[in-house]
Design a protein around this ligand. Structure first.
Ligand code: NAI
Ligand SMILES: O=C(O)C(=O)[C@H](O)COP(=O)(O)O
Length: 375
């Protein structure tokens, strides 16, 4: 069996090695010729999977995308050919939620503020939005959720309209899929008019898809509104973000909000499980055995935890400043954006750290850290 896999997908050898011969490819430039004799195709978000890529791949038995988003995949086309497809819903939700929370802690420290007392609006209350809300609520912040789709589906959580969210939130974090049609389409959800609604001093974070914000409008807006602070992980026109916008963001990264080792491993593992199901094989590998030990696997403190100390702890699993610095140094070169993504292999999730219970922090902090995801 021939398995074609994106070279940026970790743990493919460990999980798929027994199932067939693996060939690694650059997902962004994948050609129809390269997949013509594939039995299995494993992609990430940068590969458009459509008729042009797959019409001549007549042996294909399975396509998997180790991502949450499916906007790069023509799922109707795959269904019309009877090719089983799976993405990996929720695989990197914790990573995105923690990225957003840690970015907010970083902003607070940079501007000499505290997150305590701030109201955070989450747009899109699915896997990643809920993961972000979990961190924020664990830290005691008030969270407003806007998700008209979930509201219509009968989700029992309390939702507000986008106008209310913008009017009340100090911080807004975007967690929607990119959709171009329908009543709730998200393409340019934040256009010039919507941006002009932002309250003074709003912090706006985008770690879903670049085109949810009109990037040109955002540049023009931000040039007039320095009070608004931006954290941008995703960009219109990836892998070539607009340089003016990078310069205007407080923290800028190359679409890696979901790039924890745990999130990446989960994504590949979910595809492994799905392929085994399709091939009617027993999935006998385990996810936990894939992850390397973490250098700071235990922490103990006895005092009350300040916000600055929480940020210091958070930086053990993810120091956003490093990625921001690297990104600014490389994004403008032809391959800088993708190279940084390819080499991004070091970030962990809070769960990689175990709290030493016998010397625990105060009970309140212990509960907060546990709810944040610490072990
Ligand atoms: N930066 C990164 O590395 C990553 C980015 N993503 C992106 O984030 C997106 C969201 O991921 P998940 O939360 O896991 O997806 P999800 O499907 O679990 O949740 C998305 C939510 O957005 C809601 N929604 C749709 N249209 C909306 C609108 N107009 N207003 C408000 N809510 C709306 C949906 O009802 C759904 O609940 C993915 O589709 C993907 O594009 C996902 C993972 C990593
Ligand atoms: O899961 C998604 O959706 C994402 O946006 C991915 O985390 C992006 O990573 P790649 O698939 O492009 O490596």
């Amino acid at each position: 069996m021939k398995i074609i896999a994106d070279e940026n997908m970790p743990y493919v050898d460990a999980l798929f090695g027994d199932l067939g011969e693996i060939e690694y490819v650059n997902g962004r430039n994948l050609s129809a010729e390269q997949v013509s004799d594939a039995d299995v195709l494993l992609v990430r978000s940068v590969t458009p999977v459509n008729a042009a890529l797959l019409d001549i791949a007549q042996k294909l038995k399975f396509v998997g995308s180790a991502t949450i988003g499916t906007d790069h995949v023509a799922v109707d086309y795959l269904a019309s050919r009877g090719i089983p497809f799976s993405n990996a819903p929720g695989c990197n939700a914790t990573a995105v939620g923690e990225y957003a929370f840690i970015a907010m802690l970083e902003l607070a420290q940079r501007f000499g503020e505290t997150l305590q007392g701030k109201v955070v609006g989450i747009v899109g209350a699915g896997n990643t939005g809920t993961a972000a809300a979990k961190c924020l609520e664990a830290y005691g912040l008030k969270v407003l959720l806007c998700d008209p789709v979930k509201a219509e589906q009968g989700d029992i959580r309390e939702f507000v309209s986008l106008d209310t969210l913008i009017a009340q939130a100090d911080i807004i974090s975007l967690h929607v899929p990119i959709t171009k049609i329908g009543e709730h389409k998200t393409w340019y959800l934040f256009d010039e008019a919507r941006l002009n609604q932002l309250r003074p001093n709003t912090w706006l974070l985008n770690c879903c898809r670049g085109e949810v914000i009109d990037n040109r409008a955002l540049i023009a807006f931000k040039q007039q509104r320095d009070d608004v602070k931006l954290v941008l992980d995703v960009w219109e026109g990836e892998p070539n973000p607009m340089a003016e916008l990078v310069a205007l963001a407080e923290f800028a990264t190359p679409h890696i909000a979901g790039y924890s080792l745990e999130g990446k491993a989960r994504g590949t593992f979910m595809l492994y499980q799905k392929l085994c199901e399709v091939l009617n094989l027993e999935a006998n590998k385990s996810l936990t055995s894939l992850l390397p030990p973490f250098q700071f696997s235990q922490v103990c403190r006895q005092d009350e935890l300040s916000e600055g100390q929480l940020l210091t702890l958070s930086r053990l699993v993810y120091d956003l400043r490093d990625d921001d610095r690297k990104f600014r140094g490389c994004f403008a070169t032809a391959t800088g954006f993708d190279q940084m993504r390819k080499n991004h292999t070091y970030r962990r999730e809070y769960s990689a750290i175990t709290l030493k219970s016998e010397t625990a922090v105060t009970p309140v902090d212990h509960l907060m850290l546990r709810t944040l995801g610490f072990n």
